[in-house]
Design a protein around this ligand. Structure first.
Ligand SMILES: O=C(CO)[C@H](O)[C@H](O)COP(=O)(O)O
Length: 206
């Protein structure tokens, strides 16, 4: 299997007043990517960061900024995030049924890596067309909590989706959220990427 799992701490749990030093701390600990939760207060009931913060952080790091768009209109964010220096752009399948092809094309045209996310209540089959497309997404983020807030209880039954996806697409990049170290061992067996607040609390993965 040609997939190397990556660790992407969710910067949502960092001290936003010291984002650059928090990012450096994570990278010094060995993080592969930095996971950036972008929420619009509409698709989810929480409001976090947007392109201006990504632009500021980009001045302090060359790291892969893995942006997860929990927003109702992801297409409006492509241009500003591309300009700001985002690396990955993961949009939600639930709000992109009509325009996912255009979205993928635009994301790639801004030199970002397209990914698709799905909520716990969404069937895994909904992402298949986006992975099978001639111009496909390059990652699937299987949400193991309801999007919107960090530190929620992990929903282990969501790993069934990861297993199905891994079987169908042996070399696909799959991402999901761990809560505890024991979850990570299970996820590593599925060869998926992981992100979560635990990374910010301790340097347990080194
Ligand atoms: O997508 C998210 C919330 O919608 C966060 O990235 C995720 O929840 C972070 O992980 P943790 O729950 O461990 O803080």
């Amino acid at each position: 299997m040609g997939v190397t799992p990556k660790i992407a701490p969710s910067m949502l749990s960092s001290d936003f007043a010291n984002l650059a030093s928090e990012a450096k701390r994570m990278l010094d600990f060995g993080a592969d990517w930095l996971h950036m939760d972008i929420m619009d207060g509409h698709f989810v009931p929480n409001l976090t960061i947007g392109a201006p913060v990504i632009e500021s952080l980009r001045k302090h790091t060359k790291a892969f900024l893995d942006c997860h768009l929990m927003v109702t209109n992801p297409i409006d964010y492509v241009e500003p995030l591309g300009k700001a220096g985002a690396s990955g752009f993961t949009f939600h399948v639930e709000v992109s049924k009509e325009n996912w092809q255009e979205l993928i094309q635009k994301i790639k045209s801004k030199a970002m890596r397209p990914g698709v996310a799905l909520k716990p209540g969404t069937l895994i089959e909904e992402v298949y067309p986006l992975v099978d497309s001639e111009n496909p997404v390059e990652m699937v983020l299987v949400m193991t909590v309801e999007p919107g807030f960090g530190g929620q209880k992990f929903m282990p039954q969501m790993m069934d989706k990861v297993r199905v996806l891994r079987k169908k697409y042996p070399s696909l990049d799959i991402e999901n959220v761990p809560i505890q170290i024991s979850d990570i061992a299970r996820k590593m067996k599925c060869q998926s990427n992981i992100h979560g607040h635990s990374c910010l609390l301790k340097k347990w993965w080194v």
